[in-house]
Design a protein around this ligand. Structure first.
Ligand code: SF4
Length: 428
């Protein structure tokens, strides 16, 4: 099914292609791979099948260098046939796990397609287990099921569950000075850079969500202003807003321009004087722009096509077009969040073709007709496209790599330059 609708707000963008059909995406379990490294005392117990276990193991296997902080409680045939009490089994597995791993302070029960098929109520299970194991361990749940999700929605579901669990602020906390919350998993190195810049700007009340330690969850209320660091956190943002927090409108901190505008949104809310802002940002802007120059020579004029996968597509397209002069063909997104994307959409070039959702065969046909120099897509499409001579970039790599901020702008550009260079070498 494919329909074309007229955009309401994006004045300069072509009608958006809206599609529903076969999709080529990973499920939300994938998020565990970076979430377990970020929240260092959390454990992710997938309640799923052997397929779920294989997905997590093969995706994360290369990164395990200590005892992992994720596992799968396998739902077997007896559970599926209703012969075993899945709740009793789950309680037994959790008790065993927590006895063996006293370092776990926060346990996520992660739902999957099989747990949803047998209608295992993980929310009730998490409440029951929390009662049993508090105060040593908090137990939360979210779904990583792949039926209707994209792989980055796993992070959104996880952070929304964590945000819902934040207690209401006390009266004194509500009247506390405004606090800035940066929302979305970032590499520690990026967080540290951001903290330094906020401090240079005189913004000292800054917290990150998720925190590195689960006991360090911030108080959220009307005193909270938050900046999204990732573009796929619709549910998390909604929960924070329900608690009274206010989102600061900004593009995402990708590339020099996006990062500057992202900091500018905080500077505006904290009334940082314009000359101080310029004094802090100018050297960083200058250094990052200089580092981008050599990739601009390589990427300028090259055309790029985005298949919908990570939800990072629009900010990446904006960066590649405005800072590296790449030509945007189709920019596909799994879901277009018009509010969170407002600043990004305003920066896209005239006439860009956006698409939302996916009917993979139709989209492949459009891609083949366009013959772009580079395609950004999931792993499932990359190999067939490469076999057809179309150069590809795996979108999942963009989620694993530190790409946000001034100092990472050139690294981000290099991620796109590398496959083109490889293609040139192979062709030579
Ligand atoms: Fe498990 Fe469903 Fe993901 Fe497959 S799509 S790995 S069954 S949660």
């Amino acid at each position: 099914m494919s329909t074309v609708i007229s955009p309401q707000v994006e004045r300069q963008i072509l009608p958006i292609i809206k599609e529903r059909g076969q999709r080529e995406v990973f499920c939300g379990l994938t998020g565990i791979i970076w979430l377990h490294r970020k929240i260092q005392d959390a454990f992710f117990l997938v309640v799923g099948s052997r397929t779920c276990a294989h997905l997590i193991q093969s995706a994360a296997g290369v990164m395990i260098f200590a005892e992992p902080r994720f596992a799968t409680a396998i739902i077997d045939d007896r559970d599926l046939a209703g012969l075993a009490d899945a709740n009793e089994e789950l309680d037994r597995v959790v008790a065993q796990l927590l006895e063996r791993r006293p370092d776990i302070k926060l346990l996520f029960l992660v739902g999957s397609c099989p747990s949803e098929v047998i209608k295992l109520d993980l929310a009730t299970a998490a409440q029951r287990l929390s009662r049993n194991f508090m105060p040593q361990v908090r137990v939360l749940n979210y779904s990583g099921s792949g039926i209707e999700t994209t792989f980055t929605q796993g992070e959104d579901a996880c952070l929304a569950a964590l945000a819902k669990d934040i207690p209401l602020p006390s009266a004194s906390q509500v009247s506390a000075p405004a606090e800035l919350l940066v929302v979305g998993c970032l590499a520690d190195v990026v967080e540290d850079q951001f903290i330094r810049i906020f401090n240079e700007l005189g913004i000292r009340q800054v917290r990150f969500f998720p925190p590195r330690n689960s006991s360090n969850v911030p108080v959220v209320g009307p005193h909270t202003r938050f900046l999204l660091a990732q573009p796929f956190l619709a549910d998390t943002a909604r929960v924070l807003e329900e608690k009274g927090a206010q989102r600061l409108e900004a593009p995402f901190p990708l590339g020099v321009e996006g990062t500057e505008k992202w900091f500018a949104a905080a500077a505006l809310a904290w009334q940082v004087p314009a000359d101080l802002f310029e004094q802090v940002i100018a050297p960083k802007r200058q250094r990052a722009t200089a580092a981008l120059a050599r990739f601009k020579t390589q990427l300028a004029g090259q055309s790029i096509f985005f298949f919908p996968d990570s939800q990072l597509e629009i900010p990446l397209a904006r960066f590649l077009n405005r800072e590296l002069d790449m030509v945007l063909t189709e920019v596909g997104v799994p879901y277009l969040h018009r509010q969170h994307m407002a600043s990004e959409l305003a920066l896209l070039p005239e006439g860009v073709q956006l698409s939302e959702g996916q009917d993979v065969e139709r989209q492949l046909d459009r891609c083949r007709a366009i013959k772009p120099d580079l395609v950004v897509c999931g792993l499932g499409l990359a190999n067939p496209l490469e076999a057809e001579g179309i150069t590809s970039k795996w979108s999942i790599e963009l989620v694993f790599t530190p790409i946000q901020g001034f100092d990472q702008a050139a690294d981000l550009a290099e991620l796109f330059a590398r496959p083109l260079l490889r293609h040139l070498k192979l062709a030579a």
